[in-house]
Design a protein around this ligand. Structure first.
Ligand SMILES: O=c1ccn([C@H]2C[C@H](O)[C@@H](CO)O2)c(=O)[nH]1
Ligand SMILES: [Zn+2]
Length: 139
């Protein structure tokens, strides 16, 4: 999968963003290990806190359809700059992705992006391995 294509998908994913409060649209394109792409957009709410970020929308769509292995996510916001995922979304990524290899691609334009590993963005994340260590239970 070429990065430019995933970057374009993240921009296209903003189309259905539901943002009557912030007017700030975010799109994400999540690449599965088997080459599928799940798009996500942010979905806001009058009560504010139920708002779902684009990144989590993409993850939850994929997981709800049985996908649990991912290689990369591209993210694009309306800011004309790189948009870094929030802490909650980083933690959701850590649940499903290998921190050393999963690529987080911050898209400014299809030709202008920055790539980080998840480990760089959320070093030492708390994961199910920590629970296994503490309880001896394989999860
Ligand atoms: O990484 C981010 C950061 C923000 N937002 C959304 C949440 C809210 O709808 C709007 C303004 O914070 O942008 C995302 O979807 N992803
Ligand atoms: Zn988020």
């Amino acid at each position: 999968m070429d990065i430019k294509k995933l970057a374009q998908e993240s921009i296209a994913a903003k189309e259905f963003a539901y943002t009557p409060y912030s007017h700030f649209r975010v799109g994400a394109a999540l690449l599965t290990k088997d080459g599928g792409i799940y798009r996500g957009c942010n979905i806001e709410n009058a009560a504010y806190t139920p708002t779902n970020c684009a990144e989590r929308t993409a993850f939850f769509k994929a997981v709800s359809e049985g996908k649990k292995e991912f290689t990369a996510i591209a993210i694009n916001g309306d800011a004309n700059d790189y948009l870094y995922p929030c802490g909650v979304c980083r933690q959701v990524m850590a649940e499903f992705c290998d921190p050393e290899t999963f690529q987080v691609i911050l898209v400014n334009t299809p030709d202008d992006f920055k790539i980080f590993t998840l480990e760089e963005l959320l070093p030492g994340a708390f994961t199910k391995q920590d629970i296994t260590k503490a309880t001896g239970k394989e999860l």
